[in-house]
Design a protein around this ligand. Structure first.
Ligand SMILES: Cc1ncc(COP(=O)(O)O)c(C=O)c1O
Length: 477
């Protein structure tokens, strides 16, 4: 079999790195995200399985023309949608090295084990979390929340569900999150067999944080009904508005109620490093478990989430199962004993490299800058009379509406959706909508150290141009 020899690999690799470097160089002025033309789409998805092999240089041409040319868009400085960051360049190389080594980072005496331990130590330090806690890199925030909540279920059932299943518990478990809690919490609660009907959605207060009085009332009502309140899943940064729940107050409540305190910090956990918000995380270090997403605000290339559980032994008791064929090289517990995956990718390398490259100081500056970018967007919105700011953080999310004079309220929801669709089709910027208090709003999120003030102007000019075109069309029709 003619595999690639080292010299051919070197030539191919240089070309690949040139392609990636050019892509990074083009980010500032290039399109954000373009629709994939039909012929490219067919070429990508309808190709029959190749019977014979192809020239790898031709394959790189295909990657150049058909793959790199049609990205999701998040590396671009004018991508404002969801919570998808621009990747650190050294993190990109980290993924390359990880693929080259292709280890299973399940555990044992190999570099990957020690790199992961170091990276986890730093992540816990960043969050101000005790070092005795056990961390684990997983695919993303959804998996990190699922992993933490699985430990919660194990502990709160006093270990019964692992062998005997949910039928063995005396009363249904009830979990609480806010109306702005991420959908992955409900997914996890369903997947764990707790049941989505047993997830109580607590209303938010005027700052879009979980309303703690309503939470107290809900817990009392459930106890009175003979149910078993087991966990509050609070947010250290909601996706919709960038609100941070009152973590310290919720920690007190969980302590008093003997409930598990879980935090979804997938988006906002690392906001503790920002100058503007560091004081808003009091109580985060009291959580029983926290899910964070280095592939969001540490700008680590996707995929990289992180589950952290205060009681390491509880995490191990939830997942550990070491079959006969895996008994060697076990001077210390393996990472695979703390989660679902056995063979695990070397995700830690890109985290380890990125944290060393920028240092804590660099991360503080980048996250602070993202929040400053949000402040600047708000200032620009205030300066334009045809926009209104609907929510303003405190993290790097701003929700706003385009409200030119004379447009009736009942047309405004549709107008927001249309200007966003037009803007995205223009490839000048990419942004999405969400719902706040029953109204459609435009939502901008910044987890992107490449975004400049000029990029914000492009966004607002494009939305405005779209708005004028949409309104002219509406008048003509
Ligand atoms: C607050 C929050 N939690 C959880 C998630 C899910 O994380 P992931 O998409 O990495 O699975 C997200 C994703 O945006 C999020 O913003």
């Amino acid at each position: 079999m003619d595999v690639l020899n080292p010299e051919q690999f070197r030539a191919l690799g240089y070309r690949a790195i040139d392609m990636i470097a050019q892509q990074l160089a083009d980010l500032a002025d290039g399109p954000t995200r373009r629709p994939v033309p039909l012929d490219v789409r067919h070429s990508l998805e309808d190709q029959p399985i190749p019977e014979t092999g192809a020239d790898p240089f031709d394959l790189l041409d295909r990657v150049q023309n058909e793959v790199l040319a049609y990205p999701m868009g998040n590396p671009s400085p004018r991508f404002f949608a969801w919570v998808n960051s621009t990747p650190t360049p050294i993190g990109i190389l980290g993924d390359l090295f990880a693929a080259a080594m292709s280890p299973s980072a399940a555990g044992g005496d190999q570099a990957a084990t020690y790199v992961e331990r170091a990276a986890l130590t730093w992540v816990k330090d960043m969050l101000g979390f005790p070092q005795e806690a056990q961390g684990l890199f997983v695919s993303g925030g959804s998996k990190a929340n699922l992993t933490c909540l699985a430990v919660m279920r194990h502990v709160m059932s006093e270990g019964k569900v692992r062998a005997d299943g949910m039928a063995s518990i005396d009363a249904p478990m009830i979990v609480y999150t806010s109306a702005h809690g991420h959908s992955c919490i409900e997914k996890a609660i369903s997947a764990l067999g707790i049941g989505s009907k047993n997830l109580r959605i607590i209303p938010v207060d005027s700052q879009h944080r979980m309303d703690v009085e309503k939470l107290r009332e809900a817990i009392a009502a459930d106890r009175a009904a003979g149910l078993h309140p087991v966990c509050v899943a609070a947010s250290a940064g909601t996706t919709n508005t960038g609100a941070i729940d009152q973590l310290d107050v919720i920690a007190d409540l969980c302590e008093a109620e003997n409930m598990w305190f879980h935090i979804d910090g997938a988006y906002g956990g690392f906001g503790i490093l920002a100058e503007q918000t560091e004081g808003m995380y009091k109580g985060m270090n009291r959580a029983d478990s926290i899910a964070v997403d280095p592939h969001k605000w540490l700008y680590i290339p996707v995929e990289c989430g992180c589950a952290i559980v205060r009681h390491a032994e509880a995490m191990r008791a939830t997942f550990s199962l070491v079959p006969a064929y895996l008994q060697e090289d076990r001077a210390e517990p393996w990472f695979s004993e703390y989660g679902l995956q056995q063979t695990r990718g070397f995700r830690a390398l890109k985290v380890w490299l990125s944290i060393q490259h920028y240092g804590l100081d660099g991360y503080r500056k980048m996250i602070t800058q993202d929040i400053n970018t949000a402040y600047e967007l708000r200032r620009k919105l205030f300066a334009r009379s045809d926009y209104e700011v609907v929510t303003a953080g405190p993290l790097s999310v701003t929700c706003f509406r385009y409200v030119p004079a004379g447009v009736p309220e009942e047309q405004l929801d549709d107008l927001q959706r249309q200007i966003v669709a037009w803007t995205n089709a223009s490839a000048r910027a990419f942004i999405t909508t969400t719902m706040i208090d029953g109204k459609t709003v435009v939502r901008a999120c910044h987890v992107n150290f490449r975004t400049t003030s000029a990029d914000l102007d492009v966004l607002l000019d494009t939305l405005t141009e779209a708005g004028q075109l949409v309104l002219q069309g509406a008048q003509q029709a």
